[in-house]
Every structure is written in C-alpha cells, then in structure tokens.
Design a protein. Structure first.
Length: 129
C-alpha cells in the first residue's frame, strides 16, 4: 500500500544501521519521495535488500535516492477517484511525517499542523498503525 514502503524502509534502516555499525540517521527528502513513488513489484524482501545495500554504500548520515538506486519523482499516475486520491495523499503525508520524526506521534502531528487525536484518527482511516 502507498506509504507502507517508507515506514518499512525506516525500520529496515534502523536495524541495518545498528547491525552494520553505521551512523546513518534516516532518509533524505529525495529518498523518501523515491521510496513512495516506486511501484515495488517484488515482495518486502526487495525493499529490505535495497535498504541494506544503501546502508552499506551511503557516504553521509542520510540515505539518498542515488544510494537507493531510485529516481525521485517518477510516481505512477494518480487515481481519478477523489476519495482514493485524498486517502493516498493523506497516507503519504503521514508516512513522511512519521519517518522524519522517528515515528514520534506528537512531533508528526505538529509537523502536519494537526492534533495528536486527529493524527490517530487519520492513521486509522488510511490503515497505518
């Protein structure tokens, strides 16, 4: 589902950085966009392997789209159904906010300009935990 790739990638990064003793703190903005835009035709192992490789190859403290080998901004066509488009946009915004705040609900809500209870409601609505 849209938005899940960012949350999974963040979890894989945290685990890999610790196991490989790498000081990588997260994903750059272009990497987050590329992760969201990619269609992920394989299973979750494709994402896991990509993040592990990027963790090993990254030069800085953040993984970039280039480290991932993905191009930012090449998303699939947007759905024509307005409700679905709105849910996808909300899911992506929430996922990015959570990734940027290390899954801190309070900080993500502040970043999104909403209250914590509203964020919890939106997360339930779009299927995020």
């Amino acid at each position: 589902r849209p938005g899940d790739a960012v949350l999974l990638a963040q979890a894989f990064l945290e685990r890999n950085a610790q196991e490989l003793n790498r000081n990588i703190r997260g994903f750059s903005s272009d990497a987050l966009i590329a992760l969201e835009a990619h269609t992920w035709p394989g299973n979750v192992r494709e994402l896991e392997n990509l993040v592990k490789r990027a963790t090993i190859m990254a030069d800085g403290t953040q993984i970039t789209a280039a480290d991932l080998g993905l191009e930012a901004g090449h998303a699939d066509p947007q759905p024509l159904n307005l409700r679905q488009a709105r849910e996808n946009a909300e899911r992506q915004a929430i996922s990015r906010a959570l990734a940027q705040t290390d899954n801190s609900i309070a900080q993500a809500a502040e970043l999104l300009g909403i209250t914590r209870p509203t964020l919890y409601d939106l997360m339930a609505k779009v299927g995020l935990k």
